[in-house]
Design a protein around this ligand. Structure first.
Ligand code: SF4
Length: 76
């Protein structure tokens, strides 16, 4: 199986935030701030495609909050 290209990461608005690649390590940032950055990111489409291809979860990528479980309004 071929891994998806990561060349798009060079144009990421979040490039360098985590020191690893173009995908921000947004764990320390507020979701609203993350989504705000994604909103003007020139590679958001490629980022979301990559997230879907790699099964990314529990992260903001491509302007979408990707969760491993559905949100619920019920108590814990
Ligand atoms: S869409 Fe968001 S997470 Fe993806 S590269 Fe751009 S800023 Fe980073």
């Amino acid at each position: 199986m071929t891994r998806p290209s990561t060349a798009w990461m060079a144009g990421a608005a979040c490039l360098g935030l985590d020191g690893r690649d173009g995908r921000a390590d947004f764990l320390e940032a507020r979701v609203a701030d993350q989504l705000g950055m994604c909103a003007w990111c020139p590679v958001a489409v490629q980022c979301l495609d990559y997230a879907r291809a790699t099964g990314a979860t529990d992260v903001v990528m491509g302007g979408v909050v990707l969760r491993s479980r559905p949100l619920t309004t019920e108590g814990t």
